[in-house]
Design a protein around this ligand. Structure first.
Ligand code: FCA
Length: 330
């Protein structure tokens, strides 16, 4: 009898859902999307595509920028207080992992991460929290390959070139990205001694500029440089640093990761700069798809995949429009 009643209730619910044209009650669904650096074009794009998902499905999207741990913790309480059922987050600090999980649970919120994966006290990823990130090592390798190809096109010899590794080693995806690039450089003749670490305090252009300037000033004897880091801002910061010490664009090769406005604006400049390319990743997948996955989790109890890794495509000045179009970003 109990079973029968359950089945009846379930089918009544299913009928209602079909009549509504969507599952559950979209207008009751509220989803949070919290990012660590709201002013960064990549995160603006993620939000834009998350908004698109909200519009299509009819749920409410609550966007919050949280630049540090304290802001993130109060953002989660804030979401709970607003009656949000789940949120997607790119945290300012992955080591806050267990605290974020606990805060989400205390507020009865479903939790998914994007871009930066939470780690536990042992530094290992929290595998229970569904995550969408980029295939960091592979994308780093694509950066390294783009640099090597450009060096060949310019007739450079690895012996005469310095490499700036703009680094943010507290973030595992950042380490994987730069190490991917370095593996390709080394396979193409770069010695460890000509790869210089430039640790940045934040993942923005200014911090990268400051870090790269230190390296350039320490090696005035090296005239040709390549640079890479975790995102476009890292590579751009190194390029700005090279300009500030008088290195011409012809002697600089920076390749970034992202492909949002930071890179596009650079490609649009009338004269080419040392920022040669960017491996474009997909803010559509990271914003739209994560939001949809959270929506299905809340509305239909459909748990998202635990780990989704997305790919990237190299773009340069002359083909970025086509690459963006092919990725559904135009
Ligand atoms: C990290 C970086 C961002 C972006 C994202 C995919 O969060 O800080 O710039 O590259 O991964």
């Amino acid at each position: 009898m109990r079973f029968l009643r359950k089945a009846l209730v379930a089918s009544a619910f299913a009928v209602t859902a079909i009549v509504m044209g969507t599952s559950a009650y979209a207008e009751d669904v509220k989803i949070g999307f919290v990012v660590k650096q709201p002013e960064e074009p990549w995160f603006q794009d993620e939000w834009k595509f998350a908004d698109q998902a909200a519009k299509e499905k009819g749920f409410t999207l609550v966007k919050i920028g949280a630049e540090d741990g304290e802001k993130l913790m109060s953002a989660i309480d804030n979401l709970g207080a607003q009656g949000v059922q789940g949120f997607v987050v790119c945290t300012p600090d992955v080591k806050l992992g267990p605290g974020i999980v606990a805060k989400a649970a205390a507020n009865n919120l479903k939790l998914m991460t994007v871009d930066d994966r939470l780690v536990g006290a042992d530094g290992k990823p929290l595998e229970d929290v569904p995550h969408m990130g980029i295939s960091a090592t592979k994308i780093g390798e694509a950066v390294g390959q783009a640099i090597v190809d450009e060096m060949k096109a310019r007739g450079w010899n690895a012996d005469e070139v310095g490499a700036i590794r703009v680094s943010y080693d507290q973030l595992p995806t950042a380490v994987d990205r730069v190490e991917g690039a370095i593996s390709v450089l080394k396979n193409n003749g770069f010695k460890t001694s000509s790869i210089f670490d430039a640790p940045q305090a934040k993942t923005d252009t200014e911090a990268a500029l400051n870090a790269a300037t230190v390296v350039l000033n320490a090696h005035p004897d090296i005239k040709k440089w390549v640079a890479f880091g975790l995102n476009d801002e890292a590579a751009l910061g190194a390029v700005r640093a090279s300009e500030s010490v008088g290195i011409p664009a012809a002697n600089m090769i920076g390749v970034g990761i992202g492909g949002a406005d930071s890179a596009i604006n650079e490609f649009k400049k009338p004269q080419p700069t040392g920022f040669v390319g960017s491996v474009i990743i997909s803010p559509k997948r990271h914003g739209y798809e994560t939001s949809l996955n959270m929506y299905s989790w809340v509305a239909d109890d459909k748990e998202p995949e635990k780990l989704i890794l997305t790919s990237g495509s190299l773009a340069k000045r002359d083909d970025y429009q086509k690459v963006r179009k092919d990725l559904g970003l135009e």
